[in-house]
Write a protein that binds this ligand. Structure first.
Ligand code: NAP
Length: 522
């Protein structure tokens, strides 16, 4: 059986005990085993600090960007292998796997291109310099320089390629060495991606290490110049952020966690009229429920619809959900794969049972089903599931529990933008909220009252219907992260995500010298 290996201190490490099996979630066949036993995390950190950090800091932003371009190229060249691993270990259909794998190479390519605009410089000036005395003899310029530590990246199971790449792109561009740790259950794709990058000899020694399995005492060894970026459940995030040494050393921590994203249908959009805006709403919401079997942090969990339209919207959604074919993605007919693990299946079943205390099931059973082209009784399949709560403000767990599967709840509201914003905000902070309306005034009211509850607001309208990719797409140009329950983190968004790994420094001195040091032209 394949044993996944960590890539640490310049070589591959294969554990000999403490294994966790990795399964094909469609068949429950064991594909591989993983463990981090025997890793010396002190040596892993030393390797990054002593070799990777200095090598990366010795390069300019543009030079580091060129490394990202090579990484992107390698992943693109081996796309089919990665998609195959994603299907086998994550249970993804080809389009779902591509969302992850092409998302990874695309994000690396985006940051490679961005680096050209940053240029051949070692520090990024921020804003204009300011005179601090009567003459230019005393001046200040803010600049961003790489932090001297290590970036530790802990990723969720649902995006083994993109999750690694979107974080690594920002850290490497900033000049910080990376230690990446994928979720163990679905680490096959990440392991191969790193293997391809290592074999291509793109990065300087110590710039990128891979930890397969548990993190041992790694996090207890982090210090004040390090960064820990975590994506996963709010529960794990809470435990990790409260580790005494991270608090004591004030290690920079970024969290991307749960999110009860809301899609809101504006009152100007009448389902009976069959407008482009309603068509986009329907297409987006169905995609956001079923893509990656709903195992997406940006998936739509709550659907807010004006009370007098909710029956029509429910019928339209159910008729689309009926066309979804759930099963083993090895079969071409299948449009939705299984959940990734038995634990996720159990969580989804328990989650729907909890939601059903305050909402009623209107489509699906909330239980495991057999998938097509999968052995009977095997596989973690869960059909698309729709619930409905007519009293949105009393919907309890609907605003608190993220069911990480193809599950969403319809909620009715009274057509006012302020009410919609208030109900959406009951989720305690979202990565994204989508609104579908052609009434700019209504959308402005929604944004003013409730935009702050989400990191991103996606407006679906007639004028965007042909181009909008769906609210779930976390594009590198736009901020990814949200307040409260969503973790409070900030990733991507062009330079926003890179800043996490940079230290802002105010350089004071004479204007001439400060400008020379910071490469600012006078
Ligand atoms: P999880 O159980 O919290 O695990 C996330 C990661 O944390 C995994 O790599 C896991 O490793 C690691 N981990 C768990 N306990 C740890 C510990 N004590 N020390 C160090 N690492 C630890 O989450 P998940 O089930 O993989 O992912 C699903 C959740 O992620 C959902 O809630 C979803 O909303 C969220 N998510 C958020 C975003 C976002 O961008 N906001 C994106 C994707 C997913 P092991 O696998 O080895 O246990």
């Amino acid at each position: 059986m394949k044993t996944l290996r960590s890539h640490v201190y310049g070589r591959w490490h294969e554990a000999t005990s403490g294994f966790v099996p990795l399964l094909d979630p469609s068949t429950e066949e064991v594909l591989a085993q993983a463990s981090s036993e025997g890793l010396d995390f002190g040596a892993v950190l030393d390797h990054a600090r002593e070799l990777g950090g200095p090598a990366l800091r010795g390069m300019t932003f543009a030079q580091r960007g060129a490394l990202l371009k090579e990484m992107s190229k390698v992943l693109r060249e081996h796309r089919d292998e990665l998609l195959d691993l994603s299907r086998r270990n994550n249970g993804t259909t080809k389009p779902d796997g591509s969302f992850d794998v092409d998302g990874a190479s695309g994000t690396l390519a985006y940051y490679a291109a961005l680096s050209k605009s940053l240029g051949d410089r070692y520090a990024l000036p921020e804003g204009e310099g300011v005179q601090l005395a009567r003459t230019e003899g005393f001046w200040v310029q803010h600049v961003l320089v790489p932090r001297r530590g290590v970036a530790v990246h802990i990723n969720a199971f649902n995006f083994p390629a993109w999750g690694f790449a979107e974080k690594a792109a920002c850290a490497l561009l900033a000049g910080m060495p990376v230690i990446t740790k994928p979720a163990t259950a679905t680490a096959l794709t990440t392991e191969h991606a790193i293997e391809l990058i290592v074999e291509a000899g793109i990065l300087p020694e110590g710039a990128l290490q891979l930890v397969i399995g548990g993190t041992g005492d790694l996090l207890d060894r982090l210090g004040p110049q390090d960064v820990m970026a975590f994506t996963g459940s709010a529960d794990t995030a809470r435990k990790l952020r409260n580790r005494p040494n991270l608090l004591a050393a004030n290690t920079r921590v970024n969290v991307e966690a749960d999110s009860l994203n809301a899609a809101v249908l504006g009152p100007d959009v009448d389902p009976a009229e069959g407008s482009a805006t309603f068509g986009l709403f329907l297409k987006d919401v169905v995609r956001e429920i079923t893509q990656k079997a709903g195992q997406k942090c940006t998936a739509v969990r709550r659907i807010l619809v004006p009370a007098d339209r909710i029956d029509d919207v429910q019928d339209a959604l159910i008729s689309e959900l009926r066309t979804v074919v759930t099963g083993n993605p090895a079969e071409n007919l299948v449009t939705m794969g299984p959940l990734a693990t038995s634990q996720q299946l159990r969580d989804a079943e328990e989650g729907v049972a909890e939601l059903a205390r305050t909402a009623r099931l209107v489509y699906g059973t909330g239980q495991r089903i057999d998938g097509i082209s999968a052995p009977e009784g095997k596989g973690f399949f869960f059909a698309p599931t729709l619930l409905r709560a007519d009293d949105a403000r009393q919907a309890g767990a609907v605003h608190e529990r993220e069911v990480f599967g193809p599950v969403a709840t319809l909620l009715s509201y009274d057509a006012s933008a302020v009410a919609a914003a208030e109900i959406a905000a009951l989720g305690g902070g979202m990565l994204v909220s989508s609104v579908y309306s052609d009434d700019a005034g209504w959308v402005r009211d929604f944004l003013t009252s409730g935009g702050g509850a989400a990191g991103r607001v996606y407006v679906g309208s007639e004028s965007s219907a042909a181009d909008a990719p769906g609210s779930g797409a976390a594009l590198p140009q736009a901020l990814h992260g949200g307040p409260g329950r969503a973790g409070g983190g900030e990733e991507l968004g062009g330079l926003v995500g890179v800043r996490l790994y940079l230290q802002r420094v105010a350089i004071q001195g004479s204007k001439t010298l400060v400008n020379e040091v910071t490469e600012v032209s006078a």
